[in-house]
Unconditional design. Structure first.
Length: 256
């Protein structure tokens, strides 16, 4: 599930397992008292981002699409992409970065590595594509750099974006299965949630380097924490822990 404030309401992607119906997008009032609208989609990936052009873009997952909604949550755009669409990130007024988690190799299987694309949100034209690592998942654009979590490589790839062109800069090592980011623009930091090693990797987004790693492991606890998402507010990092059905709160000054 992903929740994004948009158009004065909260847009929720219900990414559960659906058997007889399509996945749903719910529009809920900010006070949580009403479900204002329910939309369906052929498939959904848990990524939705508000772009600088005022649209909400939603990743379609296995149907290889990105859909754009206006502030009334009316679908106005439907871009067909060249792979299983995963994370999204606006990188300019009319440019959206899209990760292809996997691509068909035309031989009944998938290519070893995913790809990264830049799409013009005015026309749907793909302006640039570049191979990246294995299972690109989450995207974040900060301080002029695009950060891509590589779920199977246990790395974050870093790219610059100049107009509509991508340029590879470096790769940063992380913990196991980096599945989500928490952006901290004020501190020029990006916090990487490493789901299977119970760690947070701290990235300096100005320099594009790894600063440190914070452990979430609990001594004597048999199972892991499984951090799955995070957000930053007033110097605190809030982290969802899926194995505990809990939220951890960490001071961003010292990781404690």
């Amino acid at each position: 599930m992903v929740a994004v404030p948009f158009g004065g309401n909260l847009v929720i992607l219900n990414n559960g397992y659906y058997v007889e119906t399509n996945p749903e997008i719910s529009v809920v009032s900010l006070d949580g008292s009403q479900v204002l609208k329910t939309l369906t989609a052929p498939s959904l990936f848990p990524s939705a981002k508000v772009s600088l052009d005022g649209f909400l873009y939603v990743s379609g997952g296995y149907d290889q699409s990105v859909r754009g909604f206006d502030s009334s949550m009316v679908e106005k755009k439907d871009f067909q992409m060249n792979g299983f669409t995963a994370g999204l990130a606006p990188v300019g007024p009319n440019t959206l970065a899209v990760a292809y988690m996997v691509q068909d190799n035309s031989r009944g299987n998938y290519k070893t590595k995913g790809r990264l694309a830049l799409v013009d949100t005015r026309t749907g034209e793909i302006k640039d594509e570049m191979e990246c690592g294995r299972i690109p998942y989450a995207l974040e654009f900060q301080d002029g750099k695009l950060f891509v979590s590589l779920l199977q490589d246990n790395q974050v790839s870093v790219y610059s974006v100049k107009g509509t062109r991508l340029k590879y800069l470096t790769k940063l090592s992380t913990g196991t299965n980096p599945s989500a980011f928490a952006a901290d623009p004020a501190a020029h930091r990006l916090y990487v949630m490493n789901q299977n090693s119970d760690e947070i990797t701290v990235v300096d987004t100005l320099k594009g380097v790894k600063k440190t790693t914070w452990s979430l492991r609990k001594e004597g606890f048999k199972f892991g924490m499984a951090p799955t998402s995070g957000w930053v507010k007033e110097g605190k990092l809030f982290i969802t822990l899926s194995r505990l059905n809990a939220v951890a709160v960490i001071d961003t000054k010292n990781g404690k």
